[in-house]
Write a protein that binds this ligand. Structure first.
Ligand SMILES: N[C@@H](CCC(=O)N[C@@H](CS)C(=O)NCC(=O)O)C(=O)O
Length: 212
């Protein structure tokens, strides 16, 4: 008798207008068959007991890959890219793999907080609650790291090797907030060009369409 193993479909938790966008963009790049579980951070759903069993932090995204549960957007993307995109979105060499980790951690530690501060205080909070000085300071603090990015993509047009990888996707998905944050990219033409090339990818567009 042949025993049939049924693989459960990959579940991606989090509404598309949350950081789940990052995993959804990657899933589109990889052509994965997935279910997007609509856990909405705005309704408190991330803090419900059932969801806390998935991610005890109460944040989205998280994934359930046939029983393997993982949270933290960058870890999720590195895992999925390695599993399904080795040799394409995920480099095969140890050094380039490490560079993907480097850029993903860099995006989270050097970029994310300041882009969010600028976005919230320029576009999200009600006008009377906006702290324009905090937004301006955040933009000033971004000058150095965006300069680093500008230099990095000026060689091949991408962060790792000569093609688009999960490193580009991870950093570009964090910087997708730069437009509502009104970060001026004029001093950083190479980074601006790289960011728009990433954003124009069909998979990025398909993931953005999910946000509508
Ligand atoms: N470092 C985490 C941050 C996740 C996070 O803060 N997600 C927000 C939505 S974009 C969230 O779930 N907020 C709801 C909550 O904390 O209850 C990651 O990158 O996955």
């Amino acid at each position: 008798m042949v025993r049939e193993e049924t693989m459960a479909k990959l579940k991606i938790y989090g509404v598309p207008r949350s950081r789940a966008f990052r995993a959804l963009w990657l899933a589109k790049e990889l052509g994965l068959d997935y279910e997007n579980v609509q856990v909405d951070f705005a309704t408190g759903a991330t803090r419900q007991p059932d969801y806390l069993k998935i991610n005890p932090n109460g944040h989205v995204p998280a994934i359930d890959d046939n029983g393997f549960v993982l949270w933290e957007s960058m870890a999720i993307n590195l895992y999925l890219a390695k599993k399904h995109g080795l040799g394409t979105l995920y480099p095969k060499s140890l050094e380039d793999e490490a560079r993907c980790w480097q850029w993903s951690l860099w995006g989270m530690t050097e970029i994310e907080r300041n882009v969010l501060t600028a976005m919230f205080n320029r576009a999200i909070y009600p006008e009377d609650k906006r702290d324009t000085a905090a937004a301006d300071q955040a933009e000033r603090d971004l000058q150095h790291p965006i300069g680093v990015l500008d230099g990095a993509v000026s060689k091949t047009g991408y962060l790792v090797g000569s093609g688009f990888t999960v490193a580009d996707l991870n950093v570009a998905s964090i910087l997708s907030w730069a437009r509502p944050a009104r970060i001026d990219f004029a001093p950083f033409p190479k980074a601006a060009d790289w960011l728009s090339r990433c954003a124009l990818r069909p998979a990025a567009k398909a993931a953005r369409d999910l946000q509508r």
